[in-house]
Design a binder for this molecule. Structure first.
Ligand SMILES: [Zn+2]
Length: 229
């Protein structure tokens, strides 16, 4: 069994104290109001409410939270400055998942050294999950969001928005089998999600390398075209 924890009194966020994984917001209500077992989606331990977390500390006033829910936009506004690499790595470390840690390190090293056309930036903002963004040359916004919990969300439309619809299609075709669609970003972590801890890392790296090659090709074509004009 594992107790819930509420790391920040002002935020309705809960962690599993065994594996430090973020839990969905309504986990407290579920445990408090219903007679059912709730498992941590990460470590599968049965969750329980510890004595030092009574409802008045755990949950916001119902009226307040209802109002908030109704007015809340789909993507919650950033409530903090960008996540730092240190915060990100601390969360990865807390997962106590050696495969997740090793794959995070390999991916980050590749993005920093061996994958031309792509760059990792720790400028991700979010309320709960530390993450970093991956940018591609020639796009205005990030194409991937890599979460400390191992989920990777892809934004193929970043290419379409930068006037490269064929690159958007290409990127989607090679990356979709390996990562998650960005539309799932606001969903809670699910056991069945594709995850960096269990993904085919060589395939992921090779897809990103192909993308980098394609970007370089396009840049060469563009500069050749502008040279002949
Ligand atoms: Zn857990």
């Amino acid at each position: 069994m594992a107790a819930l924890a509420k790391p920040d009194r002002r935020r309705e966020e809960y962690l599993c104290t065994s594996c430090n994984m973020n839990l969905v917001t309504d986990v407290y209500n579920k445990l408090h109001s219903r007679d059912e077992l709730v498992f941590c989606p990460s470590c599968r331990r049965i969750l329980y409410i510890p004595d030092d977390l009574p409802p008045e500390l755990a949950v916001h006033k119902p009226r307040e939270s209802k109002k908030k829910e109704a007015a809340a936009p789909k993507e919650p506004p950033p409530t903090k400055d960008a996540w730092t690499e240190e915060e990100f790595m601390t969360r990865v470390e807390h997962s106590e998942n050696p495969a997740l840690k090793a794959n995070h390190q390999t991916l980050l090293e590749a993005l920093r050294g061996g994958l031309p056309g792509l760059a990792a930036r720790f400028n991700g903002q979010g309320a709960v999950n530390p993450s970093y963004n991956v940018y591609a040359d020639g796009t205005d916004r990030h194409i991937l969001s890599v979460n400390a919990d191992g989920r990777i969300f892809a934004f193929w439309n970043a290419f379409a928005e930068s006037g490269q619809p064929e690159m958007a299609d290409y990127f989607r075709s090679i990356i979709e089998p390996l990562v998650l669609d960005s539309s799932l970003e606001s969903e809670p972590l699910a056991q069945s999600d594709r995850n960096l801890a269990s993904t085919d890392l060589p395939a992921l790296l090779s897809a990103l390398r192909s993308l980098g090659d394609k970007i370089a090709e396009r840049q060469a074509t563009d500069s050749a075209a502008s040279a002949t004009v």
